[in-house]
Design a binder for this molecule. Structure first.
Ligand SMILES: [Zn+2]
Length: 265
């Protein structure tokens, strides 16, 4: 399973601190900071978890799921089923899975991770992603995070998708490449755009680095991001990876915005 692919452990330009440094800080942090709920900061007995009230407020996405979009289906057919939404408008990627809906506790955690530099949340969010994406992880050869705009990378100092990708790589032993997929140009915010306009907005936004093409060609790629909102970004990434020869492209995220696609066929 992808044994021939080199692991890019040295490439931390997009994740800020080096892995060794970050692990050192996390280790030191565990010794001096008492464990608190990752969402509400209430006192707990262990790190990287939630209190009972915050757990109840996590909207985990549960099977049976549409095999393509990863949205819940109203009944179990006993095998892989594709929703009417996916049949009517097939995504460019093969399969998407998200651990939770982007609401309540999960939304607070993702915001904290993304905008408040709470990098320790990668442990909890990574565990959720691993559970939600076990089928995809079994088939994957290489993990690739959705790249962030350079300008945003500058202000936010780290790419949250790259941190999640490294966390999933650490948990599964799968190789990670943060530089195979590149952001070629900035894109407008997708809010208020029609589906067709979003597609145009994303055209040419991503590219595969020429010298990394061999990592993509003929391999099963697992794209990692924090949230699926409109799907325009992951579809654009999937198109570029497939054009570069990817055998299949699956998508794994922490959360998914409900309502962008119908939840029932
Ligand atoms: Zn709590």
């Amino acid at each position: 399973m992808g044994q021939d692919l080199p692991i890019e452990t040295a490439d931390h330009r997009h994740t800020g601190l080096s892995g060794t440094l970050r692990r050192g800080f996390a280790w030191a942090g565990d010794l001096i900071v008492p464990p608190v709920c990752a969402a509400c900061r209430g006192a707990l007995s262990s790190h990287h978890t939630l209190c009972a009230a915050c757990w109840r407020d996590v909207g985990f996405i549960r099977a049976p799921l549409c095999d393509r979009l990863g949205i819940p289906l109203p009944f179990d057919t006993g095998g892989p089923t594709v929703s009417a939404a996916a049949l009517a408008d097939p995504p460019d990627y093969d399969r998407a899975r998200a651990a939770t809906y982007f609401a309540g506790t999960a939304q607070r955690l993702v915001h904290g991770f993304k905008y408040s530099d709470r990098q320790e949340l990668r442990v909890l969010l990574g565990a959720w992603m691993q559970a939600a994406g076990h089928d995809l992880l079994d088939d994957a050869h290489l993990i690739v995070p959705v790249p962030m705009n350079r300008r945003r990378l500058f202000w936010r100092t780290f790419n949250q998708a790259a941190i999640l990708a490294h966390e999933i790589g650490r948990r599964t032993g799968l190789p990670v490449s943060v530089s195979a997929l590149r952001r070629r140009r900035a894109t407008m915010p997708q809010v208020g755009l029609t589906r067709a306009q979003r597609r145009v907005n994303m055209e040419g936004a991503f590219g595969v680095a020429k010298r990394k093409r061999h990592l993509i060609d003929g391999h099963n790629i697992l794209l990692i991001d924090d949230v699926i909102t409109t799907g325009a970004t992951i579809n654009a990434c999937a198109r570029v990876l497939l054009r570069a020869g990817a055998a299949r492209v699956d998508v794994l995220t922490v959360a998914m915005v409900a309502g962008e696609v119908p939840l029932t066929p």
